[in-house]
Write a protein that binds this ligand. Structure first.
Ligand code: ASP
Ligand code: MG
Length: 411
């Protein structure tokens, strides 16, 4: 994750350190660019008058970043021209009047990575590191499920062998965009938020890489978000299984899909800090010995809790559940937690104004729907009594679920 010029400089020296080995660098968008692009897209759809202002803010952020990089004047001028051109294309995409929101999302949001990879390539070339930028949409073959595209592994492997391997054999550092793919019609797709790690796992496992390292701005994999919990500690090692569980519960460090290819190929994933490159990494591997030694705390804010009940006091049974799930799938809403009682079915998911409005409209045709927004989902994994007391007591709890290893509450 790169957020400023200092971050890019750190990245460049890390790449320099590894330059003698075959290296593929997967770049994600700069700082909060993806969020900003999502916002621009929403504004474009709503024909918001402030679209241009917000767009220029994002543009100057990138142009200023380039200005502050230690690149020669000619190199800088060239890079600025390229970045401006990408921003012009972004503006066109925003004003294209796409009718399919999901398609539009991928066209627009992909610019974050397209721009950052351009900047990174240019910075590495300036350091005399022989880098070749490869378009992820030509490598990561996906279906056309825009915003959450699935990878076609066979085609992707063919692409990696054809496009990436020869470059590595000729000692070039390969740079590509994380999070992006391409469908069979040649359109760019995205793999789901935080998808850059997934891209690294895909390419790393196809190449059977010796090391797959994710560089973050946190000390490594943490047992809780250090920005929220000052008692957060670094995890030295967790198993694939534990990592998938944590991802499922919403720990933001690793994308849920990232772990599967690694596990299948028994490749360990390292998470290391940009700020402390010499510190010991956190590992995700098949070693599960430390999994239950340190409790983990996962907080998901901005949750909507929806309670669905039948209109005639009937039980919510298999066929209605089937119908309800179909509506969630239709609106691409991912369920974070659910609970069934005799006459109502409760579902918790990430608040999304537009999506939930459409979902509730559909559900209300058949069921009574009640909902609360702005809630928090707290998950404690490998909890003990002390933790329950510390984090659960004195909260107004809307829903609670408890198993031997995991406690979840919505408050
Ligand atoms: N830029 C994308 C996101 O913010 C992908 C990533 O960073 O992994 O979700
Ligand atoms: Mg990111």
């Amino acid at each position: 994750m790169l957020k400023d010029a200092a971050g890019i400089e750190r990245m460049a020296s890390i790449v320099e350190e590894f330059k003698c080995e075959p290296l593929v660098v997967v770049v994600s968008a700069i700082g909060k660019t993806t969020n900003a692009l999502e916002k621009l897209l929403a504004m474009a759809f709503e024909k918001d008058d402030n679209l241009a202002t917000e767009y220029f803010k994002l543009k100057s952020l990138h142009v200023n970043l380039v200005q502050s990089l230690p690149i020669s004047t000619s190199g800088k001028d060239e890079l600025i021209t390229e970045v401006e051109e990408l921003f012009r294309d972004l503006w066109d995409a925003l004003n294209k009047g796409y009718s399919d929101r999901y398609f539009a999302y991928d066209q627009v949001v992909s610019f974050g990575e397209r721009i950052s990879s351009r900047i990174v390539s240019s910075r590495l070339s300036e350091k005399k590191l022989i880098a070749k930028e490869v378009d992820a949409s030509d490598i990561i073959a996906t279906n056309d499920n825009y915003t959450d595209a699935s990878v076609d592994w066979k085609k992707t492997k063919t692409n990696v062998d054809k496009e990436i391997l020869p470059l590595l054999h000729s000692n070039k550092i390969v740079i590509t965009q994380g999070f992006l793919g391409g469908d069979s019609k040649g359109n760019v797709t995205t793999l789901g938020r935080e998808g850059s790690d997934f891209t690294a796992a895909i390419i790393g496992s196809i190449l059977k890489a010796d090391e797959i390292v994710i560089w973050k701005d946190v000390p490594g994999l943490m047992n809780a978000d250090p920005k929220v919990f000052e008692e957060a500690v670094k995890l030295d090692n967790i198993s694939y299984h534990e990592a998938i569980e944590l991802a499922y519960y919403g720990a933001s460090v690793i994308h849920p899909k990232t772990i599967q290819p690694l596990q299948k190929n028994k490749l360990a994933l390292q998470i290391r800090s940009f700020y402390k490159p010499a510190a010991a990494p956190s590992y995700i591997s098949d070693d599960a010995t430390l999994d239950d030694k340190i409790p983990k705390i996962i907080l998901k804010e901005n949750q909507t809790l929806l309670s669905i009940s039948s209109r005639n006091m009937d039980f919510i049974m298999e066929n209605s559940l089937h119908h309800i799930f179909k509506l969630f799938t239709k609106h691409k809403i991912h369920i974070n937690l659910m609970q069934n009682s005799a006459i109502s079915f409760s579902v918790c998911f990430n608040q999304n104004k537009k999506k939930q409005e459409f979902l509730i409209k559909d559900l209300s045709l058949f069921y009574y729907v009640k909902y609360n927004t702005g809630l928090t989902l707290l998950t404690l994994r490998h909890y003990d009594d002390k933790m329950l007391k510390k984090y659960i007591s004195r909260k107004k709890i809307f829903l609670e679920q408890k198993s031997r290893t995991t406690m979840q509450i919505i408050y």
